[in-house]
Design a binder for this molecule. Structure first.
Ligand SMILES: [Zn+2]
Length: 327
């Protein structure tokens, strides 16, 4: 959104690549803030939504649940309804010509603090928009722990909305326990460092709590020391309901297809493993039952057969986009 130029803007593609190199989650959060500060109009939101959907359609994605930090736009002076309607109307227009289902997760940014989080959740509940399927929490878990957000999540958990919390990314297993027990999170975003506590891994398996895993993001933010060291394969083997996701695909120079290829190659997964992971994605989503069974039917008819035909080793020659190589 160069046209708005509210904060620092990289000038060239190389500048962007340098700008998107991080040493940790805190640096990433700061960079994301300055990028998203340049999104200032409802027209910007329309454009971004269209670009995102076009990108997903190209990858044959049939359902997406994306996080939106709605408070950012409210702070610019728009009403919650105007912001959600703008994205929803754009999605509806796009769906007129493409087969993709979309759910919105209202993301609470930790840095906005608990006061604004409660206010926003109250507004979301009062609005009861069919497009909003859940509420999430993201941002710097080292500076703003889960305990600060108990109240807004209590409200969410007593409503029809689902809850998901970023945890176990910059902080360890304690942060995941806190997301589960202090906030009642149904789903954990990342949860990567759950691997540090075997009791927690057992708990996740037993209670079928999904982890939305983002391998490239974790490598780029140095949560793990390279892809091979990512616990995704271990979680999967031990029966955790893991799903594959992109986090912020543009920033991390990845795509959902790329994440599936990485998982297959790095953790020696075969066709039926990838099918299971895609099924986990459907199960872990906040879509309604009807949508879930529709997605399962599509997956079964279009993907399962072709994966089975391709044999047990797939993607072995596929080229991974490797943004971790310094350019
Ligand atoms: Zn994330």
């Amino acid at each position: 959104m160069r046209r708005n130029r509210r904060s620092f803007m990289p000038e060239s593609e190389q500048d962007v690549k340098t700008y998107y190199r991080f040493n940790n989650l805190s640096e990433f959060v700061l960079a994301m803030r300055s990028v998203t500060d340049n999104i200032t109009t409802l027209e910007d939101l329309r454009q971004i939504t269209n670009e995102l959907l076009a990108n997903l359609t190209e990858q044959n994605v049939r359902y997406v649940e994306f996080d939106c930090a709605l408070q950012k736009y409210i702070n610019l002076g728009f009403s919650l309804k105007d912001v959600v309607d703008t994205i929803y109307d754009t999605v509806l227009a796009y769906q007129g010509e493409h087969d993709i289902k979309v759910g919105l997760v209202a993301n609470l940014l930790r840095a906005h603090g608990p006061g604004l989080a409660i206010e926003l959740v109250e507004k979301i509940l009062a609005m009861d928009h069919p497009f909003v399927v859940g509420v999430g929490l993201s941002g710097d878990e080292t500076k703003y722990p889960q305990k600060l957000f108990v109240k807004p999540f209590k409200l969410v958990n007593s409503s029809r909305l689902h809850s998901t919390v970023h945890a176990g990314e910059a902080k360890g297993a304690d942060s995941v326990w806190s997301a589960l027990f202090d906030l009642g999170a149904e789903r954990i975003d990342h949860g990567t460092r759950s691997i540090e506590d075997p009791r927690l891994v057992d708990y996740l398996v037993k209670h079928r709590i999904p982890l939305t895993q983002c391998i490239t993001s974790n490598v780029r933010l140095r949560v793990v020391d390279g892809r091979q060291a990512h616990p995704f394969g271990e979680f999967y083997k031990r029966g955790v309901k893991v799903t594959l996701n992109t986090d912020d695909p543009q920033v991390f120079e990845t795509s959902l297809n790329n994440e599936y290829i990485i998982a297959a190659q790095k953790f020696s997964l075969d066709a039926s493993d990838l099918y299971t992971i895609a099924r986990n994605g459907i199960d872990a989503s906040f879509a309604d039952d009807e949508t879930k069974s529709l997605l399962t039917t599509t997956l079964d008819s279009q993907v399962k057969t072709s994966l089975e035909e391709s044999g047990s080793v797939i993607f072995s020659d596929a080229q991974i986009n490797d943004p971790t190589v310094q350019r």
